[in-house]
Design a protein around this ligand. Structure first.
Ligand SMILES: [Zn+2]
Length: 198
């Protein structure tokens, strides 16, 4: 399959990405750019959910460019696949490279797809989750974070369970500060909501 020619994409979500690699379909995670159906799709969230016919892998995705949106949809949308079927499938995707410049954000949106806030984590930044639990909860321990992507994805997974049907994204912009990463996330949510792509 030949992908259409795309103009350069400058989103900080797409910094430090690998080239197109082959993964097991079930290994596709938020932050990857999936190449499928002639389009490039940023994976915003991924979860396994019980469906009418068994476990399904649900990937929430959004088109990278207007051309990718034209080949798919001009809004965030969910790709569902039976886990039994997906187990034997491969996927072509670009993966974010490990980077201390990348913030992994658990992003919450309102019912209309507007950004409402984000928790942020970055590998190497002081982290309470990666540190031993303190004896005194009012005096937390900190250690350099080792698993920022997993923290953000876990938070989104918890939100999905508490508030099913609402939208939550895992976004991984590169940025100097958490505030700047949140600005990029807010801008990205607004672009997806209004333009239908990054
Ligand atoms: Zn951590």
């Amino acid at each position: 399959m030949t992908l259409p020619a795309h103009p350069a994409v400058t989103s900080p979500l797409l910094d430090d990405m690998s080239g197109a690699l082959t993964f097991g379909r079930l290994a596709v995670q938020p932050g990857m750019v999936l190449h499928e159906g002639g389009a490039r799709l940023l994976v915003l969230n991924s979860r396994n959910a019980a469906g009418e016919y068994g476990q399904r892998q649900e990937l929430l995705v959004a088109a990278v460019t207007e051309g990718d949106a034209r080949a798919t949809w001009f809004h965030a949308w969910s790709m569902g696949l039976s886990v039994d079927f997906a187990r034997s499938k491969t996927a072509t995707a670009q993966a974010p490279q490990p980077s201390n410049r990348r913030w992994w954000l658990a992003v919450s949106l309102d019912g209309r797809g507007r950004y409402t806030g984000a928790n942020g984590y970055r590998d190497g930044s002081p982290c309470t989750i990666c540190a031993p639990r303190p004896l005194d909860p009012s005096r937390p321990n900190y250690e350099p974070c080792r698993n920022a992507h997993a923290h953000a994805w876990n938070v989104v997974g918890n939100w999905d369970r508490v508030a099913p049907g609402t939208s939550h994204y895992v976004l991984g912009p590169t940025a100097e500060t958490l505030d700047r990463a949140r600005e990029i996330a807010a801008d990205t949510c607004e672009r997806i909501r209004t333009l239908g792509h990054l």
